[in-house]
Design a protein around this ligand. Structure first.
Ligand code: GLU
Length: 291
């Protein structure tokens, strides 16, 4: 049997909170119990939001919790070459298209139609891309590119699904509505997702699947907020020809109002709790009570 490989993959765009502690401890404990490996990955493709002091704080907070990880740490900013190669592969398969609209333009396009028909939302509640650039002629694309207009690269989800056929994944945790077992992936719910952002030749979805494959991750254990992202991840894995890890989505820790914790909610930040005198054992108890 292959040795299990787990990972915890935070973005250094804020301080870790109790929800991160749950994910990190869950992965770390699973690795220990199964004789597996535990890897830490820093998801820092977003140069505008990620900061070195947050990365340093991640190391400090995890060490305080008693978590140990392998060196060197995988930092996404060191792997743009691999992401670019995957993007080129998708482009060569003719499954992508450049999309020149800004977020504001997309919001305007959707806004007009939203009044008449309620425009579909993706699983995160964001209106799906209206698909204007997909219909653009090659000639029009070339004119815009030659003019140096910025663009994102989107996956033509319909074409991609035709290529890949029906997809499933095995869920050993649970989805937000208690889904478990064999889950039918539904990438179309996300519309034509961005695989290459305007300012960087990758996206969250693309980097995650490439990294999980390159790092040999066998078990993806993460919060339920990412449950439906797995649909896109399975699609990309099949298109790029990457192995599929096992998936386990765990419950989220909610705040007093029943909302998902965010990095801006100071109250549950690990540094704050530590400053208030909480011990790593107390954090473990809180986390265990939540799952
Ligand atoms: N970087 C993502 C986050 O902080 C996690 C990615 C993943 O676990 O797939 O939410």
């Amino acid at each position: 049997m292959t040795q299990p490989v787990f990972r915890f993959a935070p973005s250094p765009n804020g301080h870790l909170h109790l929800g991160h502690a749950l994910s990190a401890l869950f992965n770390f404990d699973m690795a220990r119990k199964t004789g597996g490996r535990f890897l830490l990955r820093i998801e820092d493709i977003d140069a505008a939001r990620c900061r070195p002091e947050f990365e340093a704080a991640i190391y400090e907070d995890l060490a305080w919790l008693g978590i140990e990880w392998e060196q060197p740490v995988w930092r996404q900013s060191g792997h743009f070459g691999e992401y670019r190669a995957a993007l080129e592969k998708l482009e060569a398969m003719r499954l992508t298209f450049p999309s020149f609209e800004s977020r504001a333009e997309i919001a305007r396009m959707v806004g007009d139609r939203d009044v008449r028909e309620r425009w579909p939302r993706d699983p995160d509640g964001v209106p799906v891309y209206p698909g204007a650039a997909r219909q653009m002629t090659e000639a029009d694309r070339h004119v815009r590119m030659a003019a140096g207009l910025p663009y994102a690269i989107r996956l033509d989800v319909e074409k991609a699904m035709e290529w890949a056929g029906p997809l499933r994944w095995r869920e050993t945790g649970a989805g937000p509505s208690g889904q478990r077992g064999e889950i039918a992936a539904d990438p179309a719910a996300w519309g034509d997702v961005i695989v290459g952002r305007r300012e960087t030749p990758t996206s969250y979805h693309l980097s995650v699947v490439i990294d999980d494959a390159l790092q040999g991750v066998t078990h993806v254990v993460r919060g339920q907020d990412l449950f439906w992202s797995t649909s896109v991840h399975r699609l990309l894995q099949v298109l790029i020809d990457l192995p599929a890890p096992a998936y386990h989505h765990h419950r989220l820790i909610l705040d007093a109002d029943g909302r998902k914790l965010s990095k801006s909610t100071q109250a549950t930040g690990l540094r704050k709790l530590r400053a208030q005198g909480m011990t790593p054992a107390d954090v473990r108890r809180l986390v265990n009570a939540a799952v």
